[in-house]
Design a binder for this molecule. Structure first.
Ligand code: ZN
Length: 683
């Protein structure tokens, strides 16, 4: 499972992380430049691998080999996302590099943007919405451009003429009715036949469901994840799986992954980690899902080494049936400093529980904090590149999670890059009441945002208890909004506690105000930028934040704790009394915990319907207009750093260097050259 950026935002992380974009200030010399470029609805950022220099040579080598393995799977994902993706990418790259016509012509410029989007999405469908891109250039332009370049550069099949190639490929790109969605979730349609993803071929939804249902054994308490590493096809009237493994589908790329994993095993940090990597190699070789489970169990217990990784078929969001796993990889090492923060919070879990403003009947006598580590990403690959998660919780197998637990990580340097890139993008300046609030958030916002997330995750969800006999699903459709509100309020209440200063987690008693202001501004106003005009608030995290903010606004009215004010015709949130606001959060936490503990459905219904759902259309309109003026890109992704082996005269490795100078197109073209061994057509 991944935490996408919007999810963490929803959990109260820094609100403007969703809204990076145009930079108003150039970085100073020596300062890291987080921004790369912006096009369509996307912004490309760069992340810094702080602490890499301090790793041992062996750890650096391990990161290097694992990062090579992480890049070798890129083509697998392109093909998983759609059977024409590799050919379309290779064709457009040939035009992009070899076209000798007018490169300022709008057709060429729009083709360039289209290619950049294809790189970003690992295919021709939007990475998030999954809709097919509409090309901003003509078929005629593309055909002439293709005719003008050397045919040997084009991804033609043996004996295929350019005309035949165009006849096959152009409808896929230009005809809106062909493969319109990568993943179709519309109830009532055949989700497989109407989805462009390449996980099934010639198979109906019913056939696929029957096939996998027949494999399941209801009495097996440790079931493998059937179907996760194969394409299901019908050949000669018979259903069969084409397994992704050495000697199977995607073999050339998998062999390269294995090659680098073998090198990595040779420099593993300890014997257990070596065994983890070797088990993964075994899985890539035998494709046996039982081997995969054995690997996951070893991996989840692999806690001692500093360096860690994900490298496999992992997440199933790209399959409408949720079975087939897209290939992805991340290589990382533990951020020792930031992990201390989560460890400190977890170690004091009982103190926080005992001192919360909740009725003692609803408190846990014995609470255990969840231990989560903060990691530094060193490379992103496959389905984590360029668009990435900022938190990951694996493995996905339910029985392994309950028997052996899971690893939960927050990717600190990516969050940091989002934050840094957002500073000075104009968002806070536009929406915050005055310079004082902007300065407050500038000074403390990143830290208190992270802390609020930590408190929410490590303590909030784990706090409190149900009264005996209360059904855990008693709140039904309101359950997740109430649960998120509970965790958020726990975090809000404690982010302002003097205990945090005492524990050294915040520098002073002022810091929490940054989180309070941004939380209220977000919940009352700025999160509306993600809602289409005319719609209400639906997503549970967004509902929870509006619930808390509106409730505090209304219940603090008599004492003028928070107010909405107009300045030059624009609406702003003003917090007049931060201490009283904390008191309000504490009161609401007590009430929300009571609702949860008692399973009070009626009270949950009333709170959510009164505060969380409805949108003021005039304010919504105003927020959307102000946001539009800022020209910010709603989606973001990253270029990777470049790692280079340094060798002495005898060819011995003496160091691994990291550099951050590669541009977006430059990196994509290099990956397409150096890490691209799959054929155009993979069957
Ligand atoms: Zn949560």
């Amino acid at each position: 499972m991944k935490k996408q950026l919007f999810l963490l935002l929803a959990m109260g992380l820094v609100f403007f992380a969703s809204c990076g974009g145009q930079k108003s200030t150039q970085p100073q010399e020596g300062e890291f430049d987080y921004t790369v470029e912006q096009f369509a609805d996307l912004e490309i950022l760069r992340y810094q691998v702080k602490g890499f220099e301090d790793l041992s040579l062996q750890q650096k080598e391990l990161v290097y080999y694992l990062s090579q393995a992480a890049l070798e799977g890129r083509d697998i994902l392109f093909d998983q996302n759609g059977k024409y993706n590799l050919r379309i990418r290779r064709m457009l790259e040939a035009v992009y590099t070899d076209y000798s016509g007018d490169r300022t012509d709008s057709n060429f410029v729009n083709m360039e943007t289209y290619l950049k989007r294809v790189w970003f999405s690992n295919g021709i469908h939007h990475h998030y919405a999954s809709d097919k891109f509409v090309p901003g250039f003509t078929e005629d332009f593309l055909r002439k451009a293709l005719e003008s370049i050397d045919a040997s550069k084009l991804p033609l099949e043996e004996g295929q003429s350019l005309d035949d190639f165009c006849a096959e490929i152009f409808p896929v790109m230009f005809d809106p009715s062909v493969m319109p969605k990568r993943v179709n979730q519309a109830a009532g349609e055949d989700l497989i036949l109407t989805s462009a993803c390449n996980y099934y071929d010639g198979v109906t939804q019913k056939e696929a469901e029957d096939f996998y249902n027949s494999l399941k054994n209801p009495s097996d308490s440790c079931p493998v994840m059937f179907g996760m590493n194969s394409r299901l096809v019908k050949e000669n009237g018979k259903l069969q799986e084409k397994v992704w493994k050495v000697g199977g589908l995607y073999s050339p790329a998998i062999e390269r992954i294995v090659y680098w994993l073998e090198k990595a095993a040779g420099v593993a940090e300890d014997a257990h980690q070596k065994a983890v990597i070797e088990k993964l190699i075994q899985f890539y070789n035998d494709g046996d899902l039982k081997t995969f489970d054995d690997y996951c169990i070893l991996w989840v217990k692999d806690l001692a080494p500093r360096v860690d990784f994900v490298n496999c078929f992992t997440e199933s969001y790209g399959d409408p049936l949720g079975l087939k796993a897209s290939w992805e990889s991340i290589v990382n090492f533990k951020d020792l400093e930031a992990t201390k923060r989560t460890e400190t919070i977890s170690a004091n879990a009982q103190w926080f529980e005992d001192h919360s403003p909740v009725d003692p009947r609803f408190k846990k006598e014995e609470v255990r904090g969840v231990s989560a580590k903060v990691i530094t990403a060193a490379i992103l690959g496959g389905d984590l590149y360029p668009s990435t998660a900022i938190g990951i919780n694996l493995p996905n197998s339910n029985w392994i999670r309950s028997h052996y637990g899971s690893k939960s990580v927050t990717i600190g340097n990516l969050t940091d890059a989002y934050n840094k890139a957002a500073h000075g993008n104009g968002f806070a300046e536009e929406f915050a009441y005055s310079n004082a609030e902007v300065a407050l958030m500038d000074k403390y916002g990143d830290l208190t945002g992270d802390l609020h997330t930590d408190l929410h995750e490590c303590l909030g969800h784990g706090s409190g208890k149900l009264l005996p006999g209360v059904d855990q699903d008693a709140l039904r459709a309101y359950g997740s909004t109430i649960e998120e509100a509970r965790a958020d309020l726990f975090g809000l209440y404690y982010v302002a506690d003097p205990k945090l200063v005492e524990l050294g987690l915040v520098p002073d008693g002022e810091a929490y105000k940054a989180e309070y202001y941004s939380y209220m501004m977000n919940g009352l106003m700025t999160q509306l930028v993600r809602i289409e005009p005319g719609n209400t608030v639906e997503e549970a995290h967004m509902r929870n934040r509006q619930l808390i903010a509106r409730w505090a606004l209304e219940n603090g009215k008599a004492e003028n704790v928070v107010e909405m004010v107009k300045k030059d015709g624009k609406t702003y949130v003003r917090v007049n009394d931060y201490e009283k606001l904390r008191g309000l959060f504490g009161r609401l936490l007590a009430e929300i915990q009571r609702i949860k503990s008692e399973g009070d459905y009626a009270a949950a219904h009333d709170l959510v319907e009164k505060y969380a759902v409805q949108v003021d259309p005039a304010l919504h309109q105003e927020v959307l207009e102000r946001y539009k003026e800022l020209h910010l890109a709603p989606y973001k992704g990253f270029v990777n750093p470049v790692y280079t082996l340094v060798k002495d005269g005898d060819g011995r490795i003496t160091d691994v260097e990291v550099s951050y100078t590669e541009g977006y197109a430059e990196q994509m073209l290099r990956y397409s050259k150096d890490y691209s061994v799959l054929p155009n057509v993979n069957e």
